[in-house]
Structures are given as C-alpha cells and as structure tokens.
Ligand binder design. Sequence first.
Ligand SMILES: Cc1cc2nc3c(=O)[nH]c(=O)nc-3n(C[C@H](O)[C@H](O)[C@H](O)COP(=O)(O)OP(=O)(O)OC[C@H]3O[C@@H](n4cnc5c(N)ncnc54)[C@H](O)[C@@H]3O)c2cc1C
Length: 399
Amino acid sequence: MDFKFTKEQELLRDEFDEFFREEMKHAPKEWGAGGFEAIYHSDEGFAFHQLIKKKLAAKGWISRAWPKEFGGQDASIIEQMIFSMVHAYYHAPGIDSFGVTMFAPTLMVGGTEEQKAKLLPPIARGEVQYCQGWSEPDAGSDLANLRTQAIKDGDYYVINGQKTWTTGGHRADHMFLLARTDPDSTRSRGLSIFNVKMDLPGVEIRPILHMNKAHYTNDVYFKDVKVHVSELVGKENEGWNLTRQTMNFERSGIGGFIGGKRTVMEMVEFAKTTTRDGKPLWDDPLVKRNIAQLWADYEVGRAMSMRISWQQEKGGRVFSPALASASKVFGSELSQRVAYYMTDLLGQYGQIEKSQWAPLDGRAPETYQFCPAQNIFAGSSEVQRNLIAWVGLGLPRFK
Ligand SMILES: Cc1cc2nc3c(=O)[nH]c(=O)nc-3n(C[C@H](O)[C@H](O)[C@H](O)COP(=O)(O)OP(=O)(O)OC[C@H]3O[C@@H](n4cnc5c(N)ncnc54)[C@H](O)[C@@H]3O)c2cc1C
C-alpha cells in the first residue's frame, strides 16, 4: 500500500481545502464539530447542509468516483478519500451520508440499470435527501428479526410496520427500507430493499428527542403504504446479501478519524494556552502523554481507512467486512475516549455550553452526551467484534 499522494492528488487536496475553508466561514453560529445534531436538528443547520450540498454538486464533487454515465467523473477512490478527509477536517456538511455513502454504492452493486439511471443522478445533483430504514423496536443488532412487511398486491407492495432511530427521517425525501416480502419467512430469508418516498400516504414520523432535547432521530410508522414494484431494489426476497454490502459502506469511512484528529489538535492548543497552578497544562507530562496517545491512535485509524480505500481501488467496491468492522469499532471507541478525555482536560469549563467561558466552542458537553451512541449506531462494538472474529480471523461463528 502506498501512503504517499501524487502531485496531482496534492493539488486536488488544496482545491478542496480552499473551498471548505471559505464556505465554513458562513456556518451557523452553533455548528461546532458538525454531525447529526448540527445538520438535522435546526432549520438553519439543515438549510446550510442543503446549500453546501448544492455547491458540491455543482462542482461534481459529490459523485467524483462514480461512473460518468451516472453523473460521476470516474475519479479514483483514493481521490474520493482525499475529498472525505478534507470535508471531515472542516466538520463540513453537504454530503448526505445515507444517500451518497450507503444507498448509491448499494444501487451500483445491486440495482437494475433502470434504477441506477433514475436514482443515482438526483443524488449526484444534491437534489434528494435519504434516510436509512433498518432498525425496529425488536430488530437492531439482530436486524434479521425485523417485522415490517411489504406484501405484493398487483403493481404495488403494501407496507405495514415501524422503523425506529431513523436519523434525519424528518428531513428526508426518501428512505431505503428493509422489509419482509415473504410473510412466512424467518430471519434473513424473505427480506427485500425498497426506495420509499417519505411523503407517501400512510407514512408517519414522530421525533425521538435526545437527552439535550436535540431532534435528529425518529420513529417512522407505515400504515398500508403503497410502493410501486419498480421501487424494489435488487431481487425480491434477496435483500439480505445486498444489505450486508451496504453495512460495509456504512462502516468504512475515514471521515471520523480526520474530524476527531482536528479535535485533538484543538485540545493541544487549549493545553498550551491554559494554565493550571501557574503552569501551562501542556507542561504536565500526563496531559502530553494522554494527548499523544489519542494522536497516535488517530494515525492508526487513518491507516485502517486508507487500507480500505486502497483495497477498493484494487478490487472494486466490495471489500472485506472484517476490515470495515475493525475500522468502525476502533473509530467509535476512539471517539469515546476523546470525549471523555476532552471533558477531563477542560475541567469544570468542559460542562459549559454556549457561553464566552466555554472552550472549544462549548461542544464538550454535547460530545460527551452523544458518545455513548457511537458504539451502538451502525452496529455495536460487541457485534463488530463477533464479525471480526468470525469473518476476519476464521473463528467459529457466534450463535
Ligand atoms: C444515534 C443513533 C442513530 C441511529 N440511526 C439509525 C438510522 O438512521 N437508521 C437505522 O435503521 N438505525 C439507526 N440506529 C439504530 C442502530 O443501528 C441500533 O441501535 C443498533 O443496531 C443496536 O441495536 P439495538 O438498539 O436494538 O440494540 P440491541 O441489538 O438490543 O443491543 C443491546 C446490547 O446487546 C449487545 N448485543 C446484541 N447482540 C449481541 C451479540 N450477538 N453479541 C454480543 N453482544 C450483543 C449490543 O452490543 C448492545 O450492547 C441508530 C441508533 C442510534 C443510537
């Protein structure tokens, strides 16, 4: 694996850097380190996301690595990774992580030619927003236990059931939904994927508020929702294998590592400019040691993500699930360690939000409150470790 970028790739990085440096000057005041809350909670935050999305689309950057026929530029996956690195460094919005990162590659792997032609260009043009309809009250880690049904009736499937924890469901135009098309099936058999418009009659969205009252997740209910047969993605009853591919796309991102490393850089700055007992915090060997450890771990994470991009570049979009799981579990647990240490380092000031006394834009409380969710969503750490053991190390499968 080659870690060095070419001259052209470095120039491209500079171009992305210039764009985001300028655009992020206009971020809403409470944008902080971006993320779900910044994008989905307020109208202002979502409008900023949509604005940047349009600008990225106009430059063709949302879909740089896609084939030209689908609105892309056939750019290499490594170039797309460079884009993601810069995008994450600036805590920037504009990329619909569900549409661009999960559903689009799933379509490329498993959609029909008509579906690719119809659904990919609006994503590339930044015209649509997606959400992910997988989890249910009794199906999270055990997704194959899902009960939402889509029963065929003539030219339509009729959907009944409930999805939960749907991030950004209240802002989305479409959901990619996993539902049971064979009512007599159990577990992973008899499941299918649908592209569902969120404004169809019978779709009801109710907010799930987080402990700080932020609204980014939802319950979504389906009551006799009619979806045309052309919205079935892949083959009927064979949605599970394709969904497993989608899981890999969800878990492999480099963004988390770069965004987190920037936070560590800000912690270094804080430690250098803050005194405790008359001495800069930075003079405390324990502070230095802890920050250095986090820094080194982010370098490890970056290398893991680069390896995934490199494998994709060499072998197509499909890559080892164990690698994706390793990147996910390492990244989410590292984010938690950063949140805990940031709160520790900032002392009492780490508990203040939205005040002139709050260091690091006052985002420590939110980071701390959000971090337990990080080893749950996109697949919990325990489940990722099972996968690494089974698929990656060849150990007996956990039942
Ligand atoms: C902030 C947030 C956003 C989310 N966004 C979305 C979204 O947009 N769309 C969507 O579909 N879902 C979303 N989810 C749901 C998420 O995917 C699930 O919460 C996750 O898969 C865990 O499922 P669960 O909540 O049912 O917990 P459970 O599966 O019940 O897990 C409970 C505990 O048991 C452990 N456990 C479960 N099975 C095993 C096992 N086999 N071995 C060892 N330990 C195990 C887990 O690790 C966990 O600690 C989101 C969740 C959160 C917190």
